[in-house]
Design a protein around this ligand. Structure first.
Ligand SMILES: Cc1ncc(C[n+]2csc(CCOP(=O)(O)OP(=O)(O)O)c2C)c(N)n1
Ligand code: SF4
Ligand SMILES: [Mg+2]
Length: 351
């Protein structure tokens, strides 16, 4: 893989966060993506969110598949754990890692090809199992890395750069995530960092399967008239349902929300999600209604963004399976291998 190392120099007045790191400490190598690619803006939003939340880089595991989007973990969180998996297989590798060590923050980064085509089955099962993770799809409607073929999220009737029309129905990953049981579902736009950073912060604070579909234009192959994933099209058709702010359990709550326009949603660990409602009729706590809104808005050719659904009391896969609190690499041999007698007892209980 081609990469350019970044010089370690930085401005002396860069502010450190509460754990002593500057924003620079959350960066990675120099990006080799095309200038203007939406994916680079998403990397910048991830860096910003992790810095703001005082995440310790060595406590993060970033995983991805194959694609321009899946290359991006090389460009942020250079001091974190990383695993670039086979195409479409990131969710199962992430699930295994999460089950082995619950103490890390798992960040899955994927593309619309990686998650909605070859990896659709893997995507589905990670969502329905409630794997505790932040799963970001950098959605440009094409296979950017292999030069611009339509992906499964390309809208019916949209046109390729050379004028070919896409005849297939699109897969809406947000609609799927809602149906499959994801407990934090959001959509953002790479061109709107003010919305995207808080969405990522909220997802990091969430326990359970947190999914963010980020529309991220491919300037090389899908940014022309006739594309519904271009900067111009998304800017014209983007309707945000809310603006969120995530307040950690550790942070002092500064001010009481003004009635009416702000909705405060307590999360399982005592953190707060504050939602500034932009649409009075939108309730992010109602899964069925969220799905209805997403489908209706899509039929009108509009793109609904913001925090679309959240279940603040959600449980994750560890809670359902009652797994060990201690990471497997810290358990001793007797706990990991309790011996033939223990196995006999389990087998006898199953007869
Ligand atoms: C098993 C396998 N099949 C096909 C490919 C070829 N391939 C590489 S990336 C890619 C699609 C990437 O599209 P997407 O996930 O949307 O990422 P983008 O480049 O658009 O960010 C494909 C089909 C591959 N690497 N491995
Ligand atoms: S080909 Fe498209 S997705 Fe890939 S880096 Fe270039 S602009 Fe980004
Ligand atoms: Mg793509």
């Amino acid at each position: 893989m081609t990469y350019l190392a970044k010089p370690r120099l930085h401005h002396p007045s860069l502010a450190p966060n509460k754990v002593g790191y500057t924003r620079r400490d959350y960066e990675g190598k120099i990006s080799t993506l095309c200038a203007g690619c939406g994916h680079d803006s998403i990397s910048a939003a991830i860096i910003q969110a992790c810095w703001e939340l005082d995440v310790e880089p060595h406590r993060v595991a970033k995983l991805s598949g194959i694609g321009c989007s899946s290359k991006t973990p090389d460009y942020f969180l250079g001091a974190s754990h990383g695993f670039n998996t086979v195409h479409g297989r990131m969710p199962s590798v992430l699930t295994g890692a999460q089950l082995a060590n619950r103490e890390l923050l798992y960040l899955g980064v994927s593309g619309d090809g990686d998650s909605a085509s070859i990896g659709l089955g893997q995507f589905a099962h990670a969502m329905r199992r409630g794997v505790n993770m932040v799963y970001i799809v950098e959605n440009n409607g094409v296979y950017g890395l292999t030069k611009g073929q339509f992906s499964a999220t390309a809208d019916q009737g949209s046109k390729s750069k050379k004028g070919a029309v896409n005849h297939d129905s699109p897969i809406d990953l947000v609609g799927l995530a809602l149906q499959l049981g994801a407990t934090y579902v959001a959509r953002g736009f790479s061109g709107d960092k003010a919305q995207l950073v808080p969405l990522i912060r909220g997802a990091i604070g969430h326990r359970g399967a947190a999914f963010i579909d980020v529309v991220s234009p491919c300037v090389a192959f899908n940014n022309h008239a006739g594309s519904t994933k271009s900067y111009d099209h998304v800017r014209e058709h983007n309707e945000a349902v809310n603006r969120i702010d995530f307040i950690r359990l550790a942070d002092e709550v500064q001010a009481e929300p003004a009635p009416g326009e702000l909705l405060t949603l307590p999360q399982g660990d005592g953190s707060l999600l504050r939602l500034r409602k932009l649409r009075a009729d939108y309730d992010p706590g109602d899964r069925a209604a969220a799905l209805q809104h997403v489908v209706a808005q899509q039929a009108r050719g509009e793109l609904l963004t913001g925090l679309l659904y959240v279940d603040g009391g959600a449980e994750d896969l560890h809670a359902m399976l009652q797994t060990s609190q201690t990471p497997l690499n810290r358990l001793g041999a007797p706990a990991l291998c309790p011996g033939a007698n223990a196995l006999d007892r389990i087998n006898a209980g199953l007869r």
